[in-house]
Design a protein around this ligand. Structure first.
Ligand code: NAI
Length: 287
């Protein structure tokens, strides 16, 4: 398999990082969003990240110039239809994702591989109403935040997806320095299922919002547990709203299994708009 061009839909936290990573690996990327300004702002952030990396000596001028030519910000209606791969990274909502894929199914060339970066929605549900040949080329591609740095990519297979495509993608990502993992479609896949308890137990320990306790739990998990980030720092990075959606989705998928139940503090944070780094306020404040 040779991936030369990718269409990325949704230019938020994940779409932006995924776009940057592909451009850095010689792939042409078209990045689109329902709001063109959002895609343009993400394009600006990616360019300024490359400029910073160049000034730190991580990449040279020619490399950064090549990365920049690989990235195109386009309007939703203007994207090309002959990409090798589509990655959907929009809001975590099954109906909206299905609408997007139904539209793409009509216009993209038959060989294009479809994928979703969903954290928790079953890929099978997204693929089920598409044509047989499309379903064979429909997989989950679950990147982690920040996608330029985190090496793991979960490749999620549905009952219809072709093993050939899953294995070819596995090899392709491995060749470019990612650490892929093959995984059958199941709620939360591997990491987001296991991680529910990392967050959930921390919430139960906290019980009510308390800044000092938040910092203490993060400190202990890093210093004693050996985690790179504590649960609350990680939720701020992911987006507390995104994390809350995932928790609800995994909980519902396991028939309201108590181990996966969302916590009231998550809802309180979302209701008050304190959803993490992207708004500069979550469990911590950011300048
Ligand atoms: P985000 O909220 O930062 O960005 C979503 C973007 O999608 C927004 O720019 C929005 O305007 C756009 N969008 C929404 N509906 C659209 C539509 N119908 N057509 C085109 N664009 C649309 O969200 P984020 O965090 O980037 O998450 C995106 C997906 O990636 C979700 O499915 C999430 O579960 C998943 N994910 C998130 C991770 C994280 O750490 N934030 C990690 C791994 C997966």
């Amino acid at each position: 398999m040779n991936i030369k061009s990718v269409l990325i839909i949704g230019a938020g936290t994940m779409g932006r990082g995924i776009a940057q990573w592909f451009c850095q690996h010689g792939v042409k990327v078209e990045l689109i969003d329902q709001h063109l300004e959002m895609a343009q702002a993400s394009g600006d952030l990616i360019h300024s990240s490359w400029d910073k990396l160049q000034s730190k000596g991580k990449f040279d001028e020619a490399e950064v110039a090549a990365f920049k030519t690989n990235l195109s910000i386009v309007e939703m209606k203007d994207h090309l239809i002959d990409h090798d791969l589509v990655i959907e990274a929009i809001v975590e909502n099954l109906d909206i994702k299905k609408q997007v894929f139904a539209k793409l199914d009509e216009i993209m060339k038959e060989e294009t591989i479809f994928s979703s970066n969903t954290s928790s929605i079953p890929i099978t549900k997204m693929a089920k109403d598409l044509s047989k040949s499309r379903r064979e080329k429909f997989l989950g591609l679950h990147f982690f935040n920040p996608a330029t740095i985190m090496k793991l990519v979960e490749i999620i297979e549905t009952p219809w997806s072709s093993k050939d495509y899953a294995h070819a993608l596995y090899d392709w990502f491995e060749r470019y320095g990612k650490k892929p993992a093959l995984c059958k479609d199941s709620p939360g896949f591997i990491v987001n299922r296991v991680a529910r308890n990392f967050y959930g137990e921390s919430f139960h320990r906290l019980e009510n919002y308390d800044q000092e306790q938040v910092a203490e739990i993060d400190r202990v998990m890093k210093n004693v547990g050996g985690f790179r980030m504590g649960p609350f720092e990680l939720m701020d990075l992911i987006g507390i709203d995104v994390n809350y959606d995932v928790t609800q989705s995994v909980w519902a998928s396991y028939y309201n299994e108590p181990r996966f139940r969302p916590h009231k503090i998550q809802r309180e944070m979302v209701d008050s708009g304190r959803i993490g780094r992207k708004v500069k306020e979550g469990f911590y404040r950011y300048e």
